[in-house]
Design a protein. Sequence first.
Lengths: 84, 151
Amino acid sequence: MKELKIGCGKPTGAKVGEPPKEKTHAEELQSTKEEMMTPVRVGTKATDFEAPAYQNGNFGQVKLSDYLGKWVVLCFYPGDFTFV
Amino acid sequence: MAAVAAKYKDFQDLGVEVLSISVDSHFVHKMWQDYELSKMVEGGVPFPMLSDGTGNIGRIYGVYDEDAGVEMRGRFIIDPDGVVQAIEIVTPPVGRNVSELIRQIQAFQHVRKTNGEEATPSGWQPGRPTLKPGPELVGKVWKVWKTDLAF
């Protein structure tokens, strides 16, 4: 996990392993919205994101595309201190 | 999360990285680790626990519940090319099955190793027969695979 300046969790607007397209600011806003609307489906590239994280006593910033070349299991859950 | 953490070595042995994510802040993740998870699993959760405070990541992944303001239990198996191979999403009260997750990873890794020449039938586990899709197999699966093999 990279020890970087910690920002908020957000999609990067690109698919994993693909560079963000070079566009004007207005186009960029539009395409980010389109990426936001594109649901993640099996058989397609995962949407990249970065998020602040806690691991083994440290805080850092995690980016999904940093894990290219490895198998990843991404687990969402309702909340810390939930019971199941 | 504790159940996944308890099997973390199995994931490592398969070369799999685990990322957990919820709308809680990374500060709360630390408190959960310190106060509860570390008491459920020796050493606590070893993998990164991510924070999606706005739910924007969960929205794209189709797991964010706008009314409740939380993310449903959703797990995604992503291959080394960044392609999503499997999705399971369940509502909060029912927990997941880590053994089934590991079995699916083993199956996807096997298919990838054979460049897609082999497919894994229902309930496949390592060591059990696979299927080789092709013209010869059409209508003949019953000859090479029995339903007993699914369980």
